[in-house]
Write a protein that binds this ligand. Structure first.
Ligand code: ZN
Ligand code: ZN
Length: 408
């Protein structure tokens, strides 16, 4: 962990970064007496976590959702209306944490958390992914005062949440490549600090995926540590760039698609794992000179897919966003390859084997292949962020890439 960091420091990127004060407590079996760790807290639980951890009934808000609670604005409002104290503590994983920290932000309260799975990097980040009118938005939220990490609870988390944690952490590699790419293509400022904090431990964790899945406490703790560092990176840099690139755009698009048709999407880290698989393949096209047909995707085609997924009104908004995206003045592919190559080569096999360990191919198998093609075609329209999907788009390779993603 980043215990030796000063409160604020001048970074090599030229900015002064401040490091939030977050108390991280590692305590086995903390779940048995959770109220000893937080003072006068209102706890946020759901059906599943209420069974795991006993919280004082008078200060507990229980959210219902079938089969699970989603981080929607309605749930955030529900929590705000039932708050009983100045501190809100989420007892759960990604969605409950996002709801709690965004509710705390809007209500001007403090937030702490008791993670029940090593499944996302959101516990220590300053942003929350909230569904507002069916649209996934990244909202500014509150950084936790305290995180209580209970290894007994984490190592017994449902297997799909362990898989999801590996997915969300493998994504840091493609997020880093995309940030470097965006820096080269459109001059987006980049900071090396975040990557420096993460990369060594990230390597170990990716190599350890099988042990995470067999619930080795040591491996699960390592994964949790890296997730906490990744969340802190978001907080220190001030946005999700260090943790999120094309793989998260694909995941957000997929999640929004499910929500648009009133379905429960896969766990965040699992859809991110699918996104990471596709993004890594996109980089393979760049690095290994894979032969693809150059055919441009027209705006009409893009609009048609977006309308299919989200209806015409939302499709129009995404198209507006897409048309405002900054285009690179020139694309020097050799320069891109030279700059990104050491990171790509170092991590390629590690990410691939981690994705294999969590059986990413099973996740894809749940969808019609034609749907996956469409998903890849429009994922770069939903956010301003520049990623490798934009590069393929610019090079008129995106269309053929989407068709051949599993052959690349
Ligand atoms: Zn994520
Ligand atoms: Zn920096």
């Amino acid at each position: 962990m980043q215990k030796d960091l000063k409160e604020s420091f001048k970074c090599t990127c030229g900015k002064v970064h401040s490091v939030p004060k977050i108390e991280i407590v590692f305590e086995e079996n903390a779940f048995k007496n959770i109220d000893d760790f937080f003072e006068n807290a209102t706890y946020l639980v759901d059906e599943n976590t209420a069974k795991l951890v006993e919280t004082p009934a008078a200060r507990t808000i229980k959210l219902e959702g079938s089969p699970r609670v989603l981080a929607t604005m309605e749930n955030v409002e529900k929590v705000m209306s039932q708050l009983r104290s100045d501190l809100i503590v989420s007892v759960g994983s990604g969605s409950l944490t996002d709801i709690a920290k965004y509710a705390a932000h809007l209500a001007g309260k403090s937030f702490s958390c008791f993670p029940t799975a090593p499944s996302v990097d959101g516990y220590t980040s300053c942003v929350a992914a909230i569904l507002v009118n069916g649209e996934k938005t990244t909202a500014q939220a509150v950084v936790p005062k305290k995180v209580v990490v209970d290894m007994t609870i984490l190592s017994e988390a449902p297997i799909d949440l362990l898989r999801a944690g590996i997915g969300d952490i493998a994504a840091k590699v493609t997020a880093r490549l995309d940030w470097m790419l965006s820096n080269l293509l459109i001059g987006e400022p980049i900071c090396d600090f975040a990557w420096d904090q993460l990369r060594d431990e990230l390597e170990v964790v990716l190599d350890d995926s099988e042990r995470v899945l067999s619930r080795s406490k040591e491996a699960v703790l390592r994964l949790m540590n890296v997730l906490l560092v990744s969340g802190l990176n978001i907080t220190i840099v001030g946005n999700s760039r260090p943790a999120s690139g094309a793989e998260h755009l694909i995941s957000h698009t997929l999640e929004m698609y499910h929500e648009a048709i009133n379905e429960i999407p896969p766990f965040h880290g699992l859809s991110v794992a699918m996104g990471t698989y596709v993004t890594l393949k996109a980089y393979r096209v760049i690095f290994e000179d894979v032969r693809l047909k150059r055919t441009c995707l027209t705006n009409e085609e893009r609009f048609r897919v977006l309308s299919d997924f989200f209806g015409e009104e939302k499709a129009k908004r995404f198209m507006n966003l897409y048309e405002r995206k900054i285009e690179p003045k020139q694309i020097d592919l050799d320069h891109v390859r030279r700059t990104l190559k050491p990171t790509y080569e170092k991590f390629l096999e590690k990410v691939e084997s981690a994705l294999e360990a969590i059986r990413v191919e099973e996740l894809f198998a749940q969808y019609d292949p034609e749907f996956i093609v469409k998903l890849i075609l429009v994922s770069n329209t939903i956010r301003e962020r520049c990623t490798v999907l934009d590069l393929l788009d610019q090079l008129c390779l995106l269309k053929d890439f989407a068709r051949k993603v599993f052959e690349v």
